[in-house]
Ligand binder design. Structure first.
Ligand code: IMP
Length: 191
C-alpha cells in the first residue's frame, strides 16, 4: 500500500518511516513532486493537520496523512504551541530554543508536553490520531541528536533530553511515536 506523508521535514519522514509496517510504502511530498507552500491557518493542531492532508489529497487523489505537532509549555500559557516551528520568527530551531530558555529564565515551573496530531485521509474519509508526552524544559541545551526543541526537552521519568537519546529510544516515547503507533494499528486492521 502506498501512502503520502505530507511533509517536507526530512527528520519527521525518517522517524515515521521507521515506525510503519514494511508493506506500507511511504512517499514524501518531494517523491510526488509537490512543492507548493501550504499555509497552516488553523488555530488547533488537528485543524492544521487536516488542512495539509486535504490540500494534498485534493491535488493527488492518493491516500495521505499529515501531522501537526508542537511544544506546549505550562508557564508560557501554552506557547509556543501551534507556532512552535516559527516561534522566534526566523524558522531556525536554535533561535526558537534560545527564545524559550530566555522566557523561562528564573521560572521554576518547567512543565511542558509535546503533542502530535495526525490526520489521515483514506479512501476519502478522515481519521485522527493523537499522541502526547509530558516532560520538563531544561535550563540549558543538552545533546545534539534529533531536531527542533529536542535539546531542551526531558521526557517524564528520564534524565536525558530527547537530543541525547537514540532515534529508537525517542520514537518509543515520543508524541509522534504514539500517534504513529495508533495510525499503524489502524492501517493494519484496514488492510
Ligand atoms: P509542524 O511541522 O508544523 O508540525 O511544526 C512542528 C514544530 O514543533 C517543529 O518545527 C519543531 O519546532 C516542534 N516539534 C514537533 N515535534 C518535535 C519533536 O519531536 N522534537 C522537537 N521539536 C518538535
Amino acid at each position: 500500500m502506498e501512502i503520502v506523508f505530507a511533509t517536507h521535514n526530512q527528520h519527521k519522514l525518517e522517524e515515521v518511516m521507521q515506525m510503519l509496517p514494511e508493506n506500507i510504502s511511504l512517499l514524501s511530498l518531494d517523491d510526488i513532486g509537490f512543492n507548493q507552500e501550504i499555509e497552516e491557518t488553523g488555530d488547533t493542531f488537528a485543524l492544521n493537520a487536516a488542512i495539509k492532508a486535504k490540500v494534498i489529497s485534493a491535488s493527488t487523489e492518493r491516500n495521505v496523512f499529515a501531522d501537526d505537532s508542537g511544544l506546549v509549555i505550562e508557564a508560557l500559557n501554552g506557547a509556543p504551541g501551534i507556532y512552535s516551528a516559527r516561534y522566534a520568527g526566523t524558522g531556525n530551531s536554535k533561535d526558537n530554543i534560545v527564545k524559550v530558555l530566555n522566557e523561562l529564565k528564573g521560572e521554576t515551573n518547567r512543565n511542558a508536553y509535546f503533542i502530535a496530531v495526525i490526520c489521515l485521509i483514506l479512501d476519502k474519509k478522515e481519521y485522527y490520531f493523537e499522541g502526547r508526552i509530558n516532560g520538563t524544559i531544561t535550563e540549558e541545551i543538552m545533546g545534539e541528536e534529533g531536531f527542533g526543541y529536542d535539546p531542551i526537552f526531558i521526557p517524564e521519568g528520564h534524565s536525558l533530553s530527547f537530543a541525547q537519546m537514540s532515534p529508537e529510544q525517542k520514537n518509543s516515547l515520543s508524541h509522534r511515536g504514539k500517534a504513529v503507533e495508533l495510525l499503524h494499528d489502524f492501517l493494519l486492521k484496514k488492510h
